[in-house]
Design a protein around this ligand. Structure first.
Ligand SMILES: [Zn+2]
Length: 103
C-alpha cells in the first residue's frame, strides 16, 4: 500500500476515493473516526489518509487526483439533495451516495 492523498476534509477524501474507484484503482481510507460527533463539533482536524492498495497504481492515481483537484475559484461546497452530505465544490457527484449535483 502507498499513501496517495491526505486531507482533513472527509468528503474530499471520499470523493477522491470514488474517482479512483471509477478508474479501477482500489483504495483504503485510514483515520476515519468521524462516526463520532467530532466533525460536527469542529474537532475534525484529523487528516484522513487515502492509500492505494496496489503500489503500481500509485503514479496513475496521483495523475487522476491532480487532474480533479484543480480548485475552481469562488467555488463553494454543496450539500447533497439526496443524503444531506457536504461535498467539495470541485466534485460533481456526492461522495456518499453518488447523486449528481443539482439533481
Ligand atoms: Zn448524497
Amino acid at each position: 500500500m502507498r499513501l496517495v492523498y491526505q486531507h482533513e476534509n472527509r468528503g474530499l477524501v471520499y470523493s477522491v476515493r470514488n474517482i479512483l474507484a471509477m478508474n479501477d484503482i482500489d483504495c483504503h481510507v485510514k483515520n476515519d473516526h468521524s462516526n463520532t460527533m467530532g466533525a460536527e463539533l469542529g474537532l475534525g482536524n484529523i487528516q484522513l489518509e487515502l492509500w492505494v492498495l496496489d503500489d503500481s497504481e500509485y503514479t496513475r492515481a496521483r495523475e487522476i487526483i491532480d487532474e480533479h483537484l484543480q480548485e475552481p475559484e469562488n467555488a463553494e461546497d454543496w450539500t447533497c439533495s439526496n443524503c444531506g452530505e457536504i461535498n467539495a465544490a470541485q466534485f460533481g457527484l456526492c461522495w456518499n451516495c453518488q447523486t449528481e449535483v443539482n439533481e
